[in-house]
Design a protein around this ligand. Structure first.
Ligand SMILES: [Zn+2]
Length: 106
């Protein structure tokens, strides 16, 4: 079970199962390998064309927030909150997996 811990689940826990933007609670739970589940999806805090697809750029958002946001740049507040969430998520990952994936190190 601990083996199944992945970044989606870590983010889910770090965000207390709620949308990054509006705070609505997600139904169900995060599952490995699923991008869309019960109305939530991965959102890139910085738009893909400007940021990159790294985990540190991802948060979980409900589908309507994700659609609304599109290519908007994050506010400073959002960006700082995302960093706190990543820190928490990495802590979960380390606790469950022993080690963070190589791309998350450093
Ligand atoms: Zn939302």
């Amino acid at each position: 079970m601990a083996k199944d811990m992945n970044m989606n689940m870590a983010l889910f826990m770090a965000q207390s199962g709620a949308c990054f933007y509006c705070g609505c609670e997600f139904e169900g739970r995060a599952l490995p390998g699923k991008k869309h589940l019960h109305g939530w999806s991965k959102d890139h805090v910085k738009p893909l064309c400007k940021g990159n697809n790294a985990v540190r750029n991802s948060v979980l958002a409900c589908l309507s927030c994700n659609a609304e946001k599109k290519d908007r740049e994050p506010t400073r507040q959002e960006f700082e909150r995302a960093q706190r969430i990543w820190t928490g998520a990495l802590r979960y990952l380390k606790a469950f997996n022993g080690n963070a994936p190589p791309m998350l190190k450093g």
